[in-house]
Design a protein around this ligand. Structure first.
Ligand code: PBG
Length: 329
């Protein structure tokens, strides 16, 4: 009898640690905190504008004069970092508004700095919102993007945003050599302490659709497969990330997040550098719309964020930052 009891107590019972919520919390492996969240904000030209983005319930585009309300909300829930996207009125072949020192995003940066001095302001560096053809760079006569020519323009965007007061730049354009080019220009201008968060492994994903409505940045012809990654690959993500680190990236990113949890995990295991993941517009929309229709309960959004962190991301760019903060309270 004694022997039988002895054997019984030897049995592993993982559920012993699941029965009580305190010990569940104490042994929990994944923590999501407000420090992990980066909230994207879309800024449009004009005045008195707060326009809902239909495909992303709960997300709006604001004119610079209307940022007060959004910033107050962001501060109230405890968000500490924002990622800015500008949507200009005037678009042309070289996206000239993107590097205008008085362009919409540069103005927004200055305004944010004034409204929320402690806010960590990240400026997205890309051209697709600013070009009339909607591609992320300068176009060759054959319709392809001219990688090296584009680097000059991207560097100008980064520099004007930092001069306006951005704390960090986030090149999302996927041009080869972009991190090095931006690093060089920032260093030359005395901004050697300004970090770069590189969208290192950015896939040509179908899940950017709602963003393109928000940023008015759908390509007028062709697609982005010539510069963004093929979603059938993950070794390639490691090569891209290694190159960006070599070029001077301070933080690397995988995007989209939910569709690429395996890539998030691989990159986090392979490189010892802070890793961000972007829960993109389509991923947000799919979960949010299902919640609004009553098909999923509200915790589904939180679970998705936990999954991204569990996969190995240190921080998450997310349109759900506000509601996640509220839940964390
Ligand atoms: C700019 C850019 C895009 C996103 C972030 N930066 C769109 C794209 O590459 O087409 C997508 C973000 C999202 O879907 O939320 N190149």
């Amino acid at each position: 009898m004694i022997i039988i009891l002895g054997v019984k107590t030897m049995v592993n019972r993982p559920r012993r640690l699941r029965k009580n919520s305190t010990i569940r919390d104490m042994t929990c492996e994944t923590v999501l905190s407000k420090n992990d969240l980066i909230y994207p904000i879309f800024v449009v030209e004009g005045e008195n504008k707060k326009k809902a983005i239909k495909s992303m319930p709960g997300v709006f585009r604001f004119s610079v004069d209307m940022l007060d309300e959004e910033v107050a909300g962001v501060l109230a829930v405890g968000i500490k970092a924002v990622l800015l996207f500008g949507v200009p009125l005037h678009k042309d072949w070289c996206g000239s508004e993107s590097y205008n020192p008085d362009g919409v995003v540069q103005k927004a940066i200055r305004k944010l700095r004034e409204l929320a001095p402690s806010m960590y302001i990240i400026a997205d560096v890309c051209m697709c919102e600013y070009t009339d053809h909607g591609h992320c760079g300068i176009i060759n006569p054959d319709g392809s993007v001219n990688n090296d020519k584009t680097l000059e323009y991207l560097s100008k965007i980064a520099l004007t945003c930092v001069q306006a007061g951005a704390d960090m730049v986030a090149p999302s354009n996927m041009m080869d050599g972009c991190v090095a080019a931006i690093r060089r220009v920032l260093d030359e201008d005395g901004y050697e302490s300004t970090p770069i968060m590189a969208y290192s492994a950015k896939y040509a994903s179908n899940f950017y659709g709602p963003f393109r409505e928000a940023a008015d940045s759908a390509p007028a012809f062709g697609d982005r497969k010539g510069y963004q990654m093929d979603y059938r690959n993950s070794d390639e993500a490691l090569r891209e990330t290694a190159l960006d680190i070599e070029e001077g990236a301070d933080i690397v990113m995988v995007k989209p997040a939910i569709m690429c949890l395996d890539v998030v995990h691989r990159v986090s295991k392979e490189f010892n550098i802070p890793l961000a993941a972007y829960m993109v517009s389509g991923e947000y929309a799919m979960i949010k719309c299902a919640i609004l229709q009553g098909l999923l309960n509200e915790s589904a959004m939180y679970e998705a964020h936990i999954a991204i962190k569990r996969a190995g991301a240190k921080m998450i760019v997310t349109y759900a930052a506000k509601e996640i903060c509220e839940r964390l309270d």
